[in-house]
Design a protein around this ligand. Structure first.
Ligand code: NDP
Length: 330
């Protein structure tokens, strides 16, 4: 009996109107693969970059890089998961916007019983990103309790996880967000200070909050609109980690500026280098699951959409109407 899966695909890069629901056959997993039946699928800003073609993939393309559900079948050589296991993943290549899919098993980990499918789907890509940023994307000498860091889009999916995680580590996270309501939410979840970067000059406010010193790290996923000003928020030897482009791609950088502004460092990390092996994915997931099951990080799911309403989900995300995580329900 062949299985089918309601799946969202695009045939051309473009706006949310490109997202189309189709029925697709799903086969058996090959060596090193497994088939999962989704209970929930995560929505991420990277899905927008892939829909528009900013991050190009071959067409036609099924989007989505995060999900949770039950393992339905495992291919040869897969030993860390079995049929019937609850599981979750952040995956490369995309293809999570569907009822069921076959994907590389090395991306997938067992989901602890204490974590719901909805939370699992919402937190893998975003939570593993917060994990590698706050644990491993650090200035020379690392960060100590009490240090100031600046985190843009602090009321978003990655942002609210980072607010809580940074607080647990003792850092003073200064969060930016696009409205006073979003700023209040970020403070409620652990940001020590917030700045509404639509109405306030965030460079001046960072200087004020840090007594003129600046921060040791800026975590910047907004990109074009914030990148150059983010450099001006750093202490000498500080690190700017640009990990996204919600406002557009960062233009080419004159590297000499880094000397002029105080021997600065710039990094452009991606989660997929960090989770390239199964061992590393498991270690990072264990860290994330520990933070969640101990109650130090709560996964806020503020938007839920039926899979068929994915175009509306994309519109809301791009219009900056969302807070925390969003999930799609197949
Ligand atoms: P968010 O929930 O954070 O949504 C994006 C947010 O960016 C918006 O809510 C908005 O918040 C802010 N933003 C600022 N300017 C704009 C703009 N012009 N248009 C739209 N949004 C804008 O998304 P995610 O949690 O899914 O991801 C956060 C960021 O992290 C994304 O840029 C994503 O690509 C990146 N990312 C990178 C990874 C990596 O490894 N490199 C992995 C995972 C995510 P506000 O209104 O408060 O400004």
């Amino acid at each position: 009996m062949s299985l089918s899966s309601r799946t969202i695909v695009i045939d051309a890069f473009g706006g949310p109107e490109q997202l189309r629901l189709v029925d697709r056959p799903v086969g058996e997993p090959g060596p090193g693969e497994l088939r999962i039946r989704h209970h929930a699928v995560g929505l991420n800003y990277i899905d927008v970059y892939q829909r528009t073609g900013l991050y190009a993939n071959p067409l036609p393309l099924s989007l989505g890089m995060e999900g949770a559900g039950v393992v339905e079948a495992v291919g040869e050589g897969v030993t860390h998961l079995a049929v019937g296991d609850r599981a979750a993943y952040a995956s490369q290549p995309p293809g999570a916007y569907c009822e069921r899919r076959v994907l590389p098993a090395k991306c997938v980990v067992k989901l602890p019983d204490a974590i719901s499918f909805d939370e699992g789907a919402a937190m893998m890509l975003k939570g593993l990103t917060a994990q590698y940023l706050l644990r491993g994307t650090l200035p020379q000498g690392g960060l100590q309790a009490g240090d100031f860091i600046l985190f843009h889009a602090a009321a978003g999916g990655v942002g609210l996880i980072a607010c809580q995680w940074a607080k647990a580590l003792g850092y003073q996270l200064i969060g930016t967000a696009g409205s006073d309501e979003k700023c209040a939410l970020a403070r409620e979840l652990g940001a020590a200070h917030t700045i509404n970067y639509r109405t306030e000059d965030f460079v001046a406010r960072v200087k004020e909050i840090t007594g003129g010193k600046g921060v040791k790290v800026v975590y910047d996923s907004v990109g074009a609109d914030t990148f150059m000003k983010s450099l001006d928020c750093l202490q000498p030897f500080g690190l700017l980690a640009n990990f996204g482009n919600a406002s557009g791609k960062v233009p080419p950088l004159d590297i000499g500026l880094l000397a002029a502004k105080g021997s600065l460092y710039v990094s452009r990390p991606t989660l997929f280098t960090h989770i390239a092996t199964r061992e590393r994915t498991q270690a990072m997931a264990d860290d994330l699951f520990g933070m969640v099951t101990s109650g130090q990080v709560k996964i806020r799911i503020d938007q839920r959409y039926p899979l068929a309403d994915v175009a509306q989900a994309h519109r809301d995300l791009e219009a900056r109407k969302t807070t925390g995580c969003s999930i799609l329900l197949p």
